[in-house]
Write a protein that binds this ligand. Structure first.
Ligand code: SF4
Length: 364
């Protein structure tokens, strides 16, 4: 797999989806020696079930462990350190990881209890947990979701889990962006398997999940987070740590020239998921009929950006979306299925950032 590749798979069999992404990326061949120490680094910021939109689904961990075992890797561990306000042990239980640990004999490593050492990180001293620093290959498994301070969070910020609590506190006193960028010059990002199943609208602790039913694969954490901006309707320049990481040589923000590898097509009919009040409030601006999950989720994120900018105020029009609109006419819609409408945004699915620009222009 190349650094400019982005692997995308849709569906609801999350375990198999994780395996397929890892297989397509050729992770086993890249690791090489079967005796190497491999770690899976999920996002367990808090002790909550993944359906909340906060934490990495256990099925992805299960898929990754099975893939590695089937390819002869025995030395596999799951490691994480929750945020300072929560306890990693409780988070392992809440996310269902203890069952995975027991079923496959995989160690759960609580990095909040680990020793650490200080490293030079391109002009900053940063402490890393010893167990995380000692692995040969790290699979970073973030959740694509919003964040109350940094706006988005995915690959780059997920590595905050491999530093000790005292360092997490220091990062916050420094405003997060600069230390997150520097951290990624020393933290491993050998492969990034993104949980884009139902990440939260705008809060790292969950509560407003947006169902997308996707798993993504990247080699480059900067490209990953830049693509996340596209998916959530932000500009890369809205999140300072992404450009900072690019300038430090961690990766590239160039999603326009990325090579997209689609392992399957999205399927319609998942728009009737359980929505929080916040998501319902945005959904009332949509008229969805047989919309695919990623398409509909992108529209929810786009409407949230427009709401943030005060552009939904007084709007009565509903945006049509979904496969039932194929061959139909209408006023305004997003996605290839609404190409017969008076105003329609191309794409299958269109990205949230393009939906934001399209709706801003049409409503201006
Ligand atoms: S444009 Fe239509 S087919 Fe394509 S993702 Fe959206 S709803 Fe699905």
């Amino acid at each position: 797999m190349n650094r400019d590749d982005i692997i995308i798979i849709h569906g609801t069999n999350y375990k198999e989806m994780a395996k397929q992404v890892l297989d397509r990326a050729g992770v086993a061949d890249e690791i090489g020696d079967r005796k190497k120490r491999v770690a899976l680094k999920p996002n367990l910021v808090v002790a909550r079930d993944p359906s909340s939109g906060a934490t990495t689904h256990k099925e992805l961990l299960e898929g990754a462990v099975e893939y590695l075992r089937e390819n002869g890797f025995e030395n596999v561990a799951i490691m994480e350190g929750s945020w300072v306000g929560d306890n990693t042990q409780s988070a392992f239980t809440a996310a269902g990881y203890r069952e995975i640990s027991k079923k496959y004999g995989v160690e759960l490593v609580d990095l909040q209890r680990d020793s650490f050492q200080e490293y030079e990180a391109r002009g900053m001293k940063i402490s890393l947990c010893d167990r995380a620093a000692s692995v040969d290959y790290m699979i970073n498994m973030p959740v694509l979701k919003g964040h109350c301070q940094t706006t988005i969070t995915c690959a780059l910020k997920n590595n905050k889990g491999v530093i000790p609590n005292k360092e997490k506190r220091r990062f916050h006193t420094m405003g997060l962006h600069k230390p997150i960028a520097h951290l990624n010059t020393i933290a491993r990002n050998d492969f990034i398997l993104v949980d884009n199943i139902c990440g939260d609208l705008d809060f790292e602790e969950g509560g407003n999940p947006v169902v997308m039913n996707r798993v993504l694969g990247f080699k480059d954490p900067v490209l990953c987070d830049s693509y996340v901006c596209d998916c959530m309707g932000y500009s890369v320049d809205d999140i300072p740590y992404i450009r900072m990481a690019e300038r430090l040589g961690v990766g590239s923000t160039d999603t326009a020239n990325a090579n997209f590898i689609y392992l399957n097509e999205d399927k319609a009919g998942r728009t009737k998921f359980r929505m929080s009040h916040r998501v319902q409030g945005l959904a009332k601006y949509t008229d969805a009929k047989d919309a695919c999950s990623a398409c509909y989720g992108s529209l929810i994120y786009a409407l949230d950006r427009l709401n943030d900018a005060g552009e939904l105020r007084g709007k009565k029009t509903q945006i049509c979306i979904g496969q039932a609109y194929k061959g139909q006419t209408g006023e305004i819609g997003v996605g290839q299925c609404t190409c017969g409408f008076q105003k329609s945004l191309k794409g299958c699915p269109p990205k949230a950032i393009d939906m934001v620009r399209f709706l801003e222009e049409e409503w201006s």
